[in-house]
Design a protein around this ligand. Structure first.
Ligand code: FES
Ligand code: FES
Length: 181
């Protein structure tokens, strides 16, 4: 079978590209308004427009988990969703996980502390995605054992192979501080 290409449009016939859309996201507790081309991924909106570079771009194809953030408390690969699809939603990135105590002092999230205490990273590139994914997993409430953690975190790839310590870090939080999440 022969496939024939359509003849190209003549000069002046090309459709114009859609204009920028204005959206509002609440990012780490702060409402922000952005004017974005409709094809801008949430990952690019965070990194390129809001300069929140903690969220990493690994594959940009939904295969590595480096870009994981939380949308309304649920983990999501931010490279696989358009920013305009998240209009009105609450986004939490690694920068927003630290919590204020009763005195207003900011402290690391228990999972951030556990990753440090358990030496759960080497180069650290995957770490923000691992931690955001772990927060989302604990919100889901299905992780009880080390095997559960391995299975439910399998979308987050670590090229340094820090998996053993990542599982230890997450397990330590599940067993010691379930109420702080
Ligand atoms: S950068 Fe999004 S999954 Fe790899
Ligand atoms: S710590 Fe290097 S990729 Fe995971």
């Amino acid at each position: 079978m022969t496939l024939l290409a359509e003849s190209p449009p003549e000069v002046g016939q090309y459709p114009s590209l859609p204009s920028a859309h204005t959206i509002t996201l609440t990012v780490n507790g702060t409402p922000v308004q952005l004017q974005l081309a409709p094809w801008t991924s949430l990952l690019d909106a965070l990194r390129e427009y809001l300069h929140l570079t903690g969220t990493k771009k690994g594959c940009d194809h939904g295969q590595c988990g480096a870009c994981t953030v939380l949308v309304n408390g649920k983990r999501i690969n931010s490279c696989l969703t358009l920013a305009i699809m998240q209009d009105g939603n609450q986004i939490t990135t690694i920068e927003g996980l630290a919590q204020k105590d009763v005195l207003g002092q900011e402290g690391l999230h228990p999972l951030q502390k556990a990753f440090i205490e358990h030496d759960a990273f080497q180069c650290g590139y995957c770490t923000p995605g691992q931690i955001c994914s772990a927060v989302g997993m604990l919100n889901e409430g299905h992780a009880k054992t080390a095997d559960d953690i391995r299975e439910l975190m399998s979308g987050n790839i670590c090229r340094c192979g820090a998996y053993t310590n990542i599982v230890d870090a997450i397990q330590s939080v599940i067993s010691s501080q379930p109420d702080t999440l």
